[in-house]
Ligand binder design. Structure first.
Ligand SMILES: C[S@@+](CC[C@H](N)C(=O)[O-])C[C@H]1O[C@@H](n2cnc3c(N)ncnc32)[C@H](O)[C@@H]1O
Length: 346
């Protein structure tokens, strides 16, 4: 079997088929090509047509996982870094992921905070012994009730005492169609984070329509409790109908208004979102400090195996070739209760 390594592509591929041989993988990937084609067609048409119907179930969701999720994990990581989430004090306890799909944002969140947690060596306690200030061996302290370095009495705190716990509130128009892929992505993200004492296992799922003011109203209690609300890559889903876009802008403003002072709202979207972000900057600036960025997000190129059997290699067509980067637009609202705070540059 071809070893796809521990790259995000490898993880992505492994999660679509549990035990695979080369031939199985080749066939599985080639079987996903029509779905990749349909996805790209939908994305290319999405922002231009007045009605959009992206169906994200079955093979379409699998193709999305392999083609887009690795890059969108990096995009979410970039968004969280621009928003300086790690510096937020106290750390966020409840994060809302809107239009979440397969949840690349959750993988990025886990990565971000796993890096910030202290990682005690395997058999050393992460905190110092209060008597000698050295880091005692956990195995010795457990067995003898004493510090391995100075012999002072020592109690090992429960394992999760230093854990950072972030509750996840996931919102999507059709959460059920993503279920198999989302469950697998969350399983990997939660497992990785747990090894670094970050607990992401508390997950609630909400059916939510960003075009519908009643949907925002229905979830107002949850939204008001969020420390962070991220919306990533949903603009493509809305089509170009003016009434829809203006309803969405107004609903985003309602979400921002519900968020409490000290929280952050992050919009992270593709190259075409610049005009929407410009309009939203005006709408949101009464609710806190707004910042915007336009950045290239780099991510690993898919390996040769995926390039040969899954992606299309079309000369002179950037849109269908596998890519190692994409351009994204980011908007950050740092929510304050000061109606006079304004825009902070671009
Ligand atoms: C392109 S995917 C992005 C998923 C994920 N945020 C990411 O970055 O990979 C767009 C997601 O928006 C959801 N969606 C589409 N229309 C929506 C709407 N009107 N309200 C809420 N979610 C919607 C879709 O179900 C899908 O999960």
């Amino acid at each position: 079997m071809t070893d796809l390594g521990s790259t995000p592509y490898g993880q992505a591929l492994r999660s679509t088929s549990a035990r695979v041989t080369d031939d199985d993988v080749t066939q599985a990937l080639q079987g996903l090509q029509p779905s990749l084609h349909a996805l790209r067609q939908g994305f290319n048409d999405g922002a231009r047509s007045s009605s959009v119907s992206s169906d994200y179930s079955g093979k379409i969701a699998e193709a999305y996982l392999i083609a887009y999720v690795p890059g969108f994990i990096k995009q979410a990581e970039t968004a969280f870094k621009l928003a300086e989430l790690r510096a937020q004090s106290p750390p966020p306890k409840r994060v809302g992921v809107f239009c979440c799909g397969p949840c690349p944002e959750v993988v990025a969140l886990g990565e971000l905070f796993s890096g910030s947690q202290s990682r005690p060596s395997r058999d050393r306690l992460g905190t110092a012994c209060p008597a000698c200030f050295l880091s005692p061996k956990v195995s010795v302290a457990k067995e003898t009730g004493e510090c391995s370095e100075c012999g002072a009495p020592l109690q090992i705190p429960p394992r999760n005492e230093s854990e950072l716990r972030i509750q996840l509130e996931l919102f999507d128009l059709s959460p059920q169609s993503w279920k198999p892929i989302r469950d697998e992505v969350l399983r990997i993200a939660i497992g990785n984070a747990k090894r670094a004492s970050v607990d992401l296992s508390c997950v609630s799922l909400h059916e939510f329509d960003i075009r519908d003011p009643e949907s925002v109203e229905r979830h107002s209690g949850v939204v008001a409790d969020l420390d962070v609300a991220i919306f990533q890559n949903f603009q493509n889903e809305l089509g170009n109908a003016r009434e829809v876009r203006s309803a969405v802008h107004s609903n985003l403003e309602s979400v921002a208004r519900l968020l409490r002072p000290g929280s952050k709202m992050i919009l992270s979207d593709l190259w075409h979102a610049m005009a929407d972000h410009s309009r939203l900057t005006t709408l949101l600036s009464g609710l806190g400090a707004v910042q915007r960025w336009n950045q290239t997000v780099t991510h690993p190129m898919p390996n040769l195996f995926l390039r040969d059997h899954f992606f299309f290699q079309t000369p002179n067509c950037q849109k269908t070739n596998p890519r190692g980067s994409h351009t994204a637009n980011f908007l950050l609202l740092n929510r304050t209760d000061d109606a006079s705070s304004g825009q902070e540059g671009c």
